[in-house]
Design a protein around this ligand. Structure first.
Ligand code: GYE
Length: 327
């Protein structure tokens, strides 16, 4: 029964990802390329949004939130690009926004490094850049503001939980997010610092690229290397990889959540129905991002960083919270 339910959700999730996955599309564009006055009589703000891709349920919810907030009714013309998790393609998309002369550029940066040149080009073209979701290592002078989550704290919360729950020697494997991305780096760092001195031993760690398929195949590899009895705990940097790991654990004849415990981050709907203990990462950043873009374009001074608060759920709390969940 549970298997059937999970399989059903997987299909729904895949469909949603496929729909959000077209690499370039224009939202809210009129086709004639002309900026028309919004309902309120203000000038339309043309925004190029460089999304990472469509790797996860979190990402689908984030894309939806952004598209809803950067709507025509709200006074925006949105030029949307999803880079399929390819950092070079994402930089290319930002360059194309600069060439199009958009009013502002919003980026959910796939990786932390390598942003200096293209951000300098945007600055030279006097196009403000607003970061949403992930952070970067480039100088703060190269962008106006960032809105997102505290990934290190998410990792710490997950790690504290693990350290409190696992008081006997515990063998843990880690499913890392996209290599070089801020959430993969910070969630690893936060977790590792929180389990220091605990009996949890990290026996292996590999990237599953934040995808369900990635999580599944990396977990299959771990299971064939260490066996079901050689792994007590999986720490997945997001729910999709945890869901993939659940598939792999079940296929190996073990019971996820019992034989092998799972901790993951995101708390999207599918993840919360599964068998994991979860730390939330809120994807509904659209409204705040749109507010910041409007303020920046109007020449107002904005905070350099806006952190959106997260929650944590164990399996019981997840069940209780599910009916009111918006993503
Ligand atoms: O946790 C993961 C997604 O950057 C916070 O990216 C985001 C992460 C999220 O693919 O599911």
């Amino acid at each position: 029964m549970r298997k059937r339910m999970l399989a059903g959700f997987a299909v729904a999730g895949t469909l949603a990802l496929a729909l959000a996955g077209c690499s370039t599309s224009t939202d809210g564009g009129e086709g004639d390329g002309g900026a028309e006055p919004a309902a309120g009589g203000d000038d339309v703000i043309t925004v190029g949004f460089a999304q990472t891709g469509s790797e996860s349920g979190w990402r689908s919810a984030n894309t939806e939130s952004m598209k809803a907030a950067f709507s025509e009714e709200n006074g925006f013309e949105l030029v949307f690009n999803a880079a399929d998790n390819d950092p070079a393609a994402q930089i290319q998309a930002v360059r194309s926004f600069i060439n199009q002369g958009v009013d502002a550029i919003v980026i959910a940066p796939i990786v932390e490094d390598g942003w200096e040149d293209v951000l300098q080009e945007a600055k030279d073209a006097e196009i403000p850049v607003i970061l949403e979701d992930r952070t970067i290592t480039a100088s703060e002078d190269l962008y106006e503001t960032w809105v997102g989550l505290d990934f290190k704290k998410e990792g710490e919360t997950a790690g504290q939980w693990a350290a409190e729950t696992f008081t006997e020697p515990t063998k843990m494997v880690v499913l890392e997010g996209t290599t070089g991305s801020a959430p993969a780096n910070d969630r690893a760092e936060g977790f590792d610092s929180a389990i220091e001195g605990s009996p949890i031993e990290k026996i292996d760690s590999q990237t599953g690229d934040f995808t369900r398929d990635g999580g599944k195949s990396v977990m299959e590899g771990f299971l064939s290397k260490y066996g079901v009895d050689g792994i007590d705990l999986v720490y997945a940097h997001n729910d999709d990889m945890a869901l993939g790991a659940i598939d792999a654990i079940e296929a190996a004849g073990a019971v996820p959540g019992e034989d092998i415990k799972i901790i993951s981050i995101d708390a999207v709907h599918d993840g919360m129905q599964a068998l994991a203990d979860i730390v939330e990462c809120n994807p509904l950043l659209g409204e705040k991002a749109a507010e910041l873009v409007k303020a920046v374009v109007a020449g107002e001074t904005v905070e350099k960083r806006t952190i959106v608060e997260d929650e944590a759920f164990d399996q019981e709390a997840a069940k209780a919270a599910l009916p009111d969940r918006k993503y």
